[in-house]
Design a binder for this molecule. Sequence first.
Ligand code: ADP
Length: 334
Amino acid sequence: MYDLPTLEPIRRYKSIAVLTSGGDAPGMNPAIRGVVRTALHHGIKVYGVQRGYSGLINGDIHVLSSKGVSNIVQKGGTFLKSARCSEFHQATIRANAASQLRKLGIEALIVIGGDGSLTGAHLFEEETGLPVIGIPGTIDNDIFGTDDTIGFDTAVNTALNAIDKIRDTADSHERYFLVEVMGRSSGFLAVHVGIAAGAEMIAVPEFAVDVEAISLQLATSKRKGLGSSGIIVVAEGNAPGLTNRIAEQMAHHGHTPYVSILGHIQRGGHPSGHDRVLASCLGAKAVEYLLAGYSDMMVGVNQGQVVDVPLDNLTRYRKGLDPELLKIALQLHK
Ligand code: ADP
């Protein structure tokens, strides 16, 4: 696991709130549990906000107890529910949301979510002065400033389970499969899944897909007797239907791959052991950072250590794919 900082409490809080926002990720539940139990340990009252920023705006906010977070550590999804909330993009709405918290005497907010949710959290603190701590929760692992996010490990393993099965059919029918995994703007999931599945090729949104090159490589593999079946992992990208279009274009080059779109199964399921420990630790440290006087930051992971990352950085910089990992992925192709 990761090295954890020791933090000295210097600030007192009576009440805080926690919410989950954006795309759900396996491990959000143990993260909530980590927040709640750590806060209660320090004598802080904890509120749960339902349905992300929507619940904040509507005042759908309830006290959480230690017992209330029992028996959730192993469950996928988020028992607080998650939602996208377009109104939260407006500063006036964010100001109203802050008054909902102040009405209940809530002095700080912990947000568990992806890039978008944490950007909203940063604006919320900047404009309203209510201290916010972010916890990275997304299967995409595309958040700047952290090497890992809650849900990523589980999603990689879920996709691998599916691909290992698909490979049996690919092998039996001597066919290639284009397997689409999630990742609208980043190929983290695709690269990890591709390496771990022993994929013959990986297509990521960071680079344009060259159907001609893919087709040529398949033909060469066949000619050299390296096999006539395999897996090509494709990140969904920002253009819906991308994988089906690649299959259609490959048909023009004489290949007829099957298409399998893994879709939402990648978001669900029991969190892996890794994600449960990560989520529990980040949940606990989020509260400890608050008590140590930090705010407007995310608890992240950097080179094996849990660290504080200014939320502002998430709005300024984009996380890039590790070129060494990509190099390895390419070298391991047939
Ligand atoms: P994720 O957090 O998984 O990346 P989204 O990008 O859909 O998911 O963001 C989730 C929610 O966070 C949005 O529906 C919105 O309420 C809030 N949000 C996202 N981006 C911003 C932003 N730039 N300003 C304010 N709120 C935002």
